[in-house]
Design a binder for this molecule. Sequence first.
Ligand SMILES: Nc1ncnc2c1ncn2[C@@H]1O[C@H](COP(=O)(O)OP(=O)(O)OP(=O)(O)O)[C@@H](O)[C@H]1O
Length: 592
Amino acid sequence: MSEKVFKEVKKPEKISSYFKMELPVLIVVTISGILYNAGIGVGPYYEGQLAGKLYEVFKGYSTFFDVLKLAITYVVVLTFVQGMRAIKRYSVRVFSNDVGRLMRHTLYSCLIRMDKEKLNKEGLGALMTKAIADVDICSEGMRKFTTEVFDTGVAMIVYISMLLFYDFKLTLIAGIFTPFAYFLANRLKKQVVRANRRQKMSATLLNHKTMDRVSNAITYRIFGREEARNEALEEALNDYEKNSIKANIFEGSMTPLYNSLTMAGTVIIIYIGSKNVAGSGFTKWDIASFTTYLAVFTKFAVKVSRAAKLFNAIQKAEVSWGRIKPLMKEIEIKKSLLSQKEIQKVNIEFENVSFGHFDNDNNFKALAKSLSFSVKPGQIVGITGIVASGKSSLGKIFIDESCYEGSIRINGEEFKSLSSQQKHEYVSYMGHEPELMSNSIYENVALGDETDVDKWLDMVCLSEEVFEMSDKKETLVGDGGVKLSGGQQARLALARTLSHSRSVMILDDPFSAVDKLTEKIILNNIRKEFKDRIILLISHRLYHFPEFDHVLFLHDGKGEFSNHKLLMENFNDYKELFDKQVKRKDLDEGDN
Ligand SMILES: Nc1ncnc2c1ncn2[C@@H]1O[C@H](COP(=O)(O)OP(=O)(O)OP(=O)(O)O)[C@@H](O)[C@H]1O
């Protein structure tokens, strides 16, 4: 699997930054674009020459061999020009894909670092969906712009120059219809926008009614309201169909209108052009010139209608860019001050700690009291206990989701007094819920950072499964990871935590959806990789607790901090929990 490395965009709030980052590709676009468009006049020129040559063959001035020679030259030149076109098209596509990816990556990095409060208010899902759609429109607008600068802009210059060269006066007269076409299309545009707006509104209404019909189907059936709902749905569908047809007619009429108005110039060209050939027009033409002029004019008329499409795409892109620009600018990307290699070794000291939650009346309710112990770098603490004894709440102290009294110190500094950035520098946390984003496997692990995702997927035994997936690391996992199995979701979340590991790693039931053998392999991998870290491993499963440096057993509002051997000797509840699981394990192995 090749590693994808994202370049960081400097000044992501400027559209020019994305063009700058893609400079090498744009150079290829420019060279191939110029060569293709410079050669664009070749077609009509050779068509004219061929027509002229054929006329000469009939008159007996030229031979069939002369026509063949000309035709072969035409094919060779045309092949080269079309080759340039293919290179240009391919590199423009590469450019827009790269820009789309860069924008998405930057936006994603910004969004996931956004203020929690703001995110909750706006809703990450809605924000992402809107913003990602805008990114697509933007990169598509940039692609069209880059393509059309050459295909329409340069080509039109070439065509106009050729037309003026062949007959200056005729070009001015025949071209009079073009501004008129623009004027009329602009008037029509308002109708198109209005019709599109109406179509979108009825589409939204239809969506709401369909969703309502589907999600409340049972209620409507039970209470005999199905018929009324079906009628309402039918009405919305009819409305949507009517508006869609109108919008399509308006939108579809734009290009033919441009074309037919601009092409009206051909009537004048045929009239004055034949006079030119006869020697009584504005200038003297032969058959070749007449054919070339007519062909160039036809191509010019088609380009004119495409120019309108270009402006539409740019306008749309501008609106989308206006929406995502503040998101790109507003959020300063706070990178961790520490790299993986610089992680500090820390000690943790608990002194007379009670932890728990505040109830509705704002009274502190302790789940366990009087915890005093310390943990050194490189040690693993297995945390277990009876149901609802506070195992998860203990881990959540480190992400400020539960509270404590007493003192918890990391390298002598009181945890409460640390800033959220400092806390983040010290602690990484994996909770019960995988909390996967509706994005690729890669992004779910990297979270906008540069990291060797393969390494972490290997570590959690997920590489092979990802390799089997159709898009490998780019496979989209769906909302909350629905497209993955429970075990895959858990391992992906673990890979993410490990890839952003800190001095203290809190893993809350990371192996609950993983089989025992895989659990063993992953645990060994973690121990090998994170020799100097403190790992607080919260678990119901105690198979590996005998290997851990310490065990914290929570029960009856208390916590026993010891090791497996001593707890087995002194605490019956712990012994019972462990024995039950070991028996279960023996039974399972017997089954195998
Ligand atoms: N945010 C909260 N506010 C108030 N009470 C909470 C909160 N979170 C958890 N609790 C309560 O604290 C108690 C301990 O919950 P916690 O999830 O920490 O236990 P646990 O030992 O991890 O449970 P389990 O064995 O089910 O995994 C429960 O009674 C729970 O209802």
